[in-house]
Write a protein that binds this ligand. Structure first.
Ligand SMILES: Nc1ncnc2c1ncn2[C@@H]1O[C@H](COP(=O)(O)OP(=O)(O)OP(=O)(O)O)[C@@H](O)[C@H]1O
Ligand SMILES: [Mg+2]
Length: 254
């Protein structure tokens, strides 16, 4: 199983939308996909219509030694399984102070089921904490959705700095890639920021920016088969292909 973390410490840059759309693109290409909602707010979980009351079984149980097979559920979208978020995940931060090794719990769970899926995509919260550290420790690559807006460059720098810190405690390198999002090609700032992302020294940027597309705003439709195909989803399909093409051979050969 290849593990992709979709993360940026800045909020509202398209992490959850990218997780959903890349997951859909991979599933539509015949891959078995696992989406893991690591954000206690549960936007990804809600997109698949999973009721949050009573709290569903899900990500929190992975930190109590349960396995992927115990907590993953069919998402309703063909080819995609989901591990749902729960509010209780917010308490993990406190537990980590007294429980060493909690930062590696997700990686351990994924490694214990190496063949359950072809790809696991981790939708990260916009905060630097235990859940994000778990994702960075567990993944093969980090995809940083970055809004094509000058302010977003600070968020990108922070995320790449965190990735470099976590990489030092990993036994293998961490591939970092930028996914430009919410691109409006009609604006000069959008064009200029895209150029800056594409020549960024810290990570390679996907040459297919994700455009602003109002069809992508309807997250509930993204989680179902409902027809919302348009330039946003087409851009995600190109981005998915670029991600597959840029995979280190030893990691993604399967
Ligand atoms: N390409 C796009 N075109 C139009 N709207 C978009 C696009 N990408 C994301 N959005 C909308 O922007 C908002 C933020 O997107 P999203 O929830 O994916 O960001 P996020 O980084 O996961 O946010 P958070 O940090 O709160 O988890 C949502 O309302 C989403 O529907
Ligand atoms: Mg989100």
């Amino acid at each position: 199983m290849r593990v992709w973390a979709i993360a940026n410490q800045k909020g509202g840059v398209g992490k959850t939308t990218s997780t959903l759309c890349l997951g859909r693109s991979l599933a539509d290409a015949g891959k078995r996909v696992l989406l893991v909602d690591l954000d206690p707010h549960g936007s990804l979980t809600r997109a698949f219509g999973v009721p949050t009351e009573p709290p569903p079984i899900g990500t929190h149980e992975l930190f109590n030694d349960q396995g992927i097979a115990d907590v993953a559920r069919p998402s309703g979208y063909p080819g995609i399984d989901l591990i749902a978020a729960q509010p209780a995940m917010a308490t993990l931060e406190r537990r980590s102070a007294t429980q060493p090794g909690l930062g590696l719990a997700l990686g351990r769970a994924l490694q214990a089921s190496p063949d359950s899926h072809d790809y696991a995509l981790l939708d990260c919260p916009p905060t630097l904490g235990l859940l994000l550290v778990n994702a960075l420790a567990a993944c093969d690559r980090l995809i940083v959705p970055t809004q094509t807006d000058p302010l977003a460059l600070h968020g990108l720098a922070g995320m790449l700095h965190t990735a470099a810190m976590v990489e030092r405690s990993r036994s293998r390198p961490l591939l970092r890639q930028i996914l430009p999002t919410l691109f409006d090609r009609r604006t000069r700032t959008g064009q200029h920021t895209l150029e800056q992302l594409q020549s960024h020294p810290g990570a390679a940027a996907c040459p297919y920016p994700i455009p602003v597309d109002t069809r992508l705003r309807d997250a509930d439709a993204l989680g179902s088969r409902e027809h919302i195909y348009g330039r946003g989803l087409i851009a995600y399909e190109h981005a998915m292909q670029w991600l597959l093409d840029t995979a280190p051979a030893e990691q993604e050969a399967a």
